[in-house]
Design a binder for this molecule. Structure first.
Ligand code: ADP
Ligand code: MG
Length: 154
């Protein structure tokens, strides 16, 4: 086989469309004998007031990190239930698209599999905003998976 995808990254936001993307990523990993990495990025709550900016407390930061980790572990089990054998999880804090693209570059991922949509789920948009930014900026091929997949007529 000419294509040698050995590291496949599936960025997830824990939405149904990202679960469909995960299904495809798991099948591709099996086909190529690739390692699967589930990646989640989250943003910290914070806002600015005339007096200055309000940022999350260390306790809150830890809670957010723990929550993200717990969801990632749940989804690792989901991936294994779908047949994945070699699953890693990773997370980072920041604007999701930038974090996804940077992670894939740094970790030398060969392919990314993302949902066309995510939690916002504006069905009239061809691609969600994160998916669009990832497709534009990624250093590796990006496969976009429509949540309705094969059921779709066109
Ligand atoms: N915070 C995130 N961390 C990792 N992957 C994400 C994140 N947000 C979105 N994605 C990925 O991008 C896909 C498309 O989501 P997005 O473009 O945000 O759509 P929407 O605008 O509907 O939320 C998701 O199915 C998922 O694969
Ligand atoms: Mg989104």
């Amino acid at each position: 086989m000419a294509i040698g995808w050995k590291r496949i990254c599936c960025p997830i936001d824990f939405s149904d469309p990202s679960r469909e993307a995960l299904r495809v990523a798991v099948d591709l990993c099996a086909a190529f004998g690739a390692e699967l990495t589930l990646f989640h990025s989250y943003q910290l709550p914070g806002y600015t007031l005339p007096e200055g900016s309000v940022v999350a407390s260390p306790k809150m930061l830890q809670e957010l990190a723990d929550q993200a980790e717990a969801h990632l572990q749940e989804w690792r089990a989901v991936a294994e239930g779908m047949g994945a054998r070699n699953v890693r999880v990773a997370k980072s804090v920041g604007e999701p698209a930038s974090e996804i693209v940077a992670f894939a570059r740094e970790q030398q991922q060969d392919l990314m599999v993302v949902g066309t949509h995510g939690r916002t789920g504006l069905r009239h948009a061809l691609l969600g905003s994160t998916a669009e930014r990832v497709v534009r900026r990624a250093g590796c091929p990006v496969l976009t998976v429509h949540p309705e997949g094969k059921a779709r007529a066109t």
